[in-house]
Design a protein around this ligand. Structure first.
Ligand SMILES: Nc1nc2c(c(=O)[nH]1)N[C@H]1C(S)=C(S)[C@@H](COP(=O)(O)OP(=O)(O)OC[C@H]3O[C@@H](n4cnc5c(N)ncnc54)[C@H](O)[C@@H]3O)O[C@H]1N2
Ligand code: MOO
Length: 602
């Protein structure tokens, strides 16, 4: 049975496997120069079964290693070698070894040995040796190199073991066609969820899909002026009424001329063009004009030489290093950024500074945008008190309503604050009914777990259809989602961190879809964890983390410490969620994890 292997590199890895005596090394010794000859840059990894050594007793490097250096790097101007003392009981880990390779200098890694790993391999087979074929019990064989007398299955490429050139062709084709496997994100939203059951346990991905299924993008639109467009979502494509840039213009201060004129010993300087002005004649062969950055390139000219690469005396221009001049250099073509009548910004785009600026650059002063979503938010719970009022014993201040309102406003929503609603069925029903008439989405916090005074559940059941879910995540396990009249309802869990995490994962996508945004995806970045992290198979963990750029130039992340789902301070200290998907059993220091930076929403 194959042992799971996934290639951690951005280049392909191809194994060679065979019973001993088949001539693996002999073949590789011929294949390597053949591939080199064809320009393929190779790394080779070889599994050695014994206590091998590449060093020689008496050499300084050998003695220093024997003296206890765990890693010994010896280097000259020709080669360098890193020797690492890493005694492990079983086979060395191929993915770890592969990570030591500098992939920017090679095109493919050939691996000899490691035949139990599920890595793509060419099987070498010599029938005369009387050994069985490996492909019959190894699904990762991609080709069989053998001799005439061997039967091979039609689905596998057959190669001639004695034809090195043919095997090299195969390796080159393999390398050209290879695609890295797509990154396995911790949250992978499926297109559809089968059914909607009450009380079902869902993965985060299923939960998001189910929520998105309930939301239809708003069709209400309004006209909005340039100054008010920040954070609004375009309802229609913005078509460019002009070419950007409007005219073909110079990207340098220098001289404009026809490329063909570079054959002249000197050019006749016949004028000057400043930005905002034009040169209304057509340049003739052997003529040039002085030109400033942004000024229109005159008719008859197609090439610019920067001023510092020229000398001019008595209107005679000499071009320095003529052979290095390329036709069309330093010319910005009309419409090269955005062509007239092209879609400059697509419907569904959320407008940020760059988008607003781009729109202004087209001369447009207003755009049709989707109506802002309206949310109504309230809190429940006898212990929940209004900030600003004296805190009674056994009570807590209401923080959830404020985190929810702040996040929703950041996402461009209108907010109706219903305050803290008494735990009384009649007042709850009345408040919920009126909220659902005014808002697109009604959001509460607390009261969705098992042991609460259940007014909210009965009130919701009477007014609409609500599902109470358990999401396989922490924090934020309980979640209620449903409809009150035409409004979507979210019952977020009471714990303050759980509220924020559930909002980010489930309410945010719903609000963005409702607001008309079409291409939004949560941002996941890979980061190296600097500590061992808590995780449990079958559950997605959202730990609060702090990421930074490490001395190695990579993103590194550490948790904020204690991770209680009531500790709001962990969200203040953190700048990201560390998202550990349902798969890994353990995450140890040095592993790569995914983070979701949250600064843009919080
Ligand atoms: N027997 C079980 N108990 C609990 C379970 C469970 O599965 N079985 N799940 C736990 C988890 S996980 C969570 S999360 C909470 C969620 O419970 P509720 O949504 O019903 O929330 P409450 O019990 O009302 O409150 C929980 C916690 O949050 C505080 N809270 C509530 N509202 C606010 C507010 N507006 N501002 C600040 N803090 C608030 C409340 O005081 C509680 O401390 O259930 C676990 N229990
Ligand atoms: O899942 Mo709860 O949301 O831990 O606090």
């Amino acid at each position: 049975m194959s042992i799971v292997f996934s290639n951690p590199l951005s280049v392909p890895v191809l194994g060679f496997c065979a019973y001993s005596g088949t001539g693996k090394t002999t073949l590789l010794k011929q294949l390597i120069p053949e591939l080199n000859r064809r320009g393929v840059r190779l790394a080779v990894i070889k599994h050695a079964h014994h206590n091998f050594d590449v060093d020689i007793p008496g050499k300084d490097s050998y003695e220093m290693r024997k003296a206890g250096a765990k890693q010994m790097l010896v280097a000259s101007h020709v080669r360098w070698a890193l020797m690492t003392e890493d005694a492990v009981e079983n086979d060395p880990k191929l993915d770890h070894l592969l990570r030591q390779i500098e992939t920017d200098t090679i095109d493919i890694v050939l691996v000899e040995g490691f035949k139990k790993l599920s890595l793509p391999k060419i099987e070498l087979h010599r029938a005369a040796h009387g050994k069985p074929l490996i492909y019959t019990h190894d699904d990762d064989i991609v080709a069989i190199a053998c001799c005439d007398d061997t039967q091979t299955p039609p689905e596998l490429t057959r190669l001639d073991l004695n034809n090195v050139s043919q095997i090299a062709d195969f390796v080159i084709e393999y390398q050209k066609n290879w695609q890295p496997a797509p990154a396995q994100l911790p949250i992978n939203v499926p297109a559809q969820v089968d059914s909607q059951n009450n009380q079902q346990a869902l993965s985060v991905s299923q939960g998001i899909t189910y929520v998105l299924d309930q939301v239809t993008a708003s069709t209400k639109t309004t006209m909005c002026q340039l100054d008010d467009l920040a954070n609004r979502v375009l309802a229609t494509d913005l078509i460019s009424p002009v070419n950007v840039p409007q005219q073909t213009n110079s990207a340098m201060d220098g001289y404009a001329f026809a490329y063909a004129s570079t054959s002249h010993a000197t050019l006749n300087v016949v004028g000057e063009v400043l930005a905002g002005h034009g040169y209304d004649k057509t340049l003739q062969a052997g003529e040039a004009v002085r030109i400033m950055t942004g000024a229109p390139v005159p008719a008859g000219a197609d090439t610019i030489q920067p001023r510092e690469l020229t000398t001019e005396e008595n209107n005679q221009l000499t071009l320095t290093d003529v052979d290095a001049i390329k036709a069309g250099q330093h010319v910005r073509l009309a419409g090269e950024d955005i062509a007239k009548d092209a879609v400059a910004l697509q419907a569904g785009t959320r407008m940020g500074a760059a988008e607003v600026g781009l729109m202004a650059s087209l001369g447009l002063s207003q755009a049709q945008v989707v109506k802002r979503p309206t949310i109504a938010v309230f809190s429940t719970g006898d212990e929940v008190s209004q900030p600003g009022e004296a805190l009674q014993s056994n009570c807590i201040y209401d923080s959830n309503r404020y985190t929810i309102k702040t996040m929703a406003k950041k996402l461009g929503c209108e907010v109706i604050d219903l305050g803290i609603i008494e735990d009384d069925e009649a007042s709850l029903m009345q408040a919920l009914d009126s909220a659902s008439q005014q808002a697109d989405i009604v959001i509460s916090s607390g009261g969705v777990s098992v042991g609460n005074a259940d007014y909210i559940k009965t009130a919701l059941a009477k007014l609409g259809a609500i599902n109470f879910w358990r999401i396989n995540m922490r924090p934020g396990r309980p979640l209620a989602v449903g409809k009150i009249n035409d409004a979507l309802f979210f019952g977020l869990p009471g714990n303050p961190v759980a509220v924020m995490v559930s909002f980010l994962q489930f309410v945010q996508p719903a609000l963005r879809k409702l607001a008309g945004e079409t291409h939004w995806q949560p941002t996941f970045l890979p980061a190296v964890t600097d500590e061992t992290l808590r995780s449990r198979e079958g559950r997605t963990e959202f730990l609060r983390g702090v990421y930074h750029i490490g001395n190695d130039g990579k993103l590194h992340v550490k948790s904020t410490g204690a991770q209680g789902s009531g500790m709001l301070n962990s969200m203040v200290q953190g700048n990201c969620l560390i998202v550990i998907g349902e798969q890994p059993k353990s995450v140890v220091s040095g592993d790569t994890v995914f983070i979701q930076p949250f600064a843009d929403v919080l």
